[in-house]
Ligand binder design. Sequence first.
Ligand code: M6R
Length: 612
Amino acid sequence: MCGIVGYAGKEKTVPTLIDGLKRLEYRGYDSAGIAVISENNLVVKKAAGKVSDLEAMTRNLTGIKSAVGIAHTRWATHGEPNEVNAHPHVDCTGRIGIVHNGIIENYKALKTYLEDRGHRFVSKTDTEVIAHLIEEFMKKEGATFMDAFIETAQAIKGSYAIAAVSLSDPGTIYATHLSSPLVIGQGNGENFIASDASPFLGRASKIIYLPENEIAVVAAAGIKTFDLDKRKKDPVFEKFEGTLESIQKGNFPHFMLKEIYEQPERIEDAFRGRLLLQEGNAFLGGLSPVWDKLLKAKRFVISACGTSWHAALVGKYMFEEIARVPTEVDYASELRYRNPILGPDDVVFVISQSGETADTLATLREAKKRGATVLGIVNVVGSTIAREAGVGVYIHAGPEIGVASTKTFTSQLAVLTLITLAIGRGKGMSKEKGKFIASEINSLPEKARRALGTENLVREIARTFKDSRNFLYLGRGANFPTALEGALKLKEISYIHAEGYPVAEMKHGPIALIDENMPVVFVVPKDGIYEKVLSNMEEVKARKGRIIAIANEDDEYIDSLADFVIRVPRTLGWLGPIVNVIPLQLLAYHIALELGRLIDQPRNLAKSVTVE
Ligand code: M6R
């Protein structure tokens, strides 16, 4: 939540920062601001609303002479989203500007301490204390900006990525972080800091993942890093090869639609070089260091949040049914605070698109502390969870910009299918069965492509139901999480209330909601429990509920029960969610489109949830 960017270089600083903010806007979009140093002035501009509002406000600064600046796009935690609370925040003298992503937990005590020393606060944020603390520590005899910055980093508690500029050192950005991401990009005569690498795509060739509690001193001429004792460190420069195309919408009106349509290719990417058709097996290099532990584990635990948690729940069905390993699935936010029973016999998988989700990261740390083997299933390369897990698998879905996760869900599932097959074989599954499963897995990209062919019908269904105030999504087995995911997508981007339930649970409560105004979405593939689901559909029909069915192409019976049938290719039950979820993503998208919602940036949400 919140995106920060800093630039030191010879190019136009304001447009560079605004462009960087646009690329980080998925992290928060309720207000934005910029601070640049120009001719010995700290010029600060802030706007409530989107980065485009800030851009309009700073148009007259486009050509301003400036070689260093910082900027911020906000997702409010402390203080409502308005201009005053927007970052950058400045000290009393207006000579120090800072941007911050995270939460300063001890800000109240620090604020009192600073107010007692005469500092005046203007915002309701936790962040403003940082600017005043630097100012206060600068008053110490002989203190440099670096000394004051380090002392500030030692005084604050919580999670933070901070960048600061000051008129006392006008060509330099100082940055540090703890439990919030921060990366540094090295370009040609220009250098960057940012919450992720997107602001310097196309301009930096090397990247540094700054270790936590280190200080980066970034100027156009170079990058230096230090520990909190001011000892110089040797930063590790890694090659940076992202493409601009991956963060552009292309011909699609929204990132979400682009990402939905990318799914067949991204699933292929997840399989590439890993799915071994001839051997009926899968090989994931990232699992090698813990392979024995995986085979001997008494129990798997999968922990995640949001959509990644839904993927985890599908993973349970996969691991138990095919790999035959008892598996528990836990919300990361719950697991971390309930004294979990975890130990050396357990393997804990943490799943995260961003690799930065605060609760998932805390779970990872807790599991490690308790001696469990921890594996990450992550999208963002070099993210904190990926690095701290040390062992794991990248899903290779590429940047996901739409706040609602789509392609990363199916790519997470794609990786889980491979892990399932590999463990299944490792535990004695026959080669023949392995080959059959591998070939079914291999058919998933093509089946996902066919599922995208339902879009015209889905658009018509969206128009029919766009004014409904509630939806029920029902699925069974591995498609119970599919139902949960369909409901979450609708809630997130259309703001229509939706609930996901296991089909058979309907009669234990939700059935009371059903009348002629209630659309009920059934995920009803022709698998082992198909007949049972049909009976539940009858129960809805008897109460005049409107039924939308996600059913298989060869299902001839379903039309007699459903008002609308969306047909997708058939696959094995436990692989079904990868295909069945696609029309549900499209349904949420088209309903939100009909309602004129901000699809890629739904209200109150942020892509990367780095606060608890
Ligand atoms: O980056 P993560 O996968 O750890 O994020 C977890 C959730 O915040 C995320 O899945 C969220 O629920 C999405 N907005 C869902 O579309």
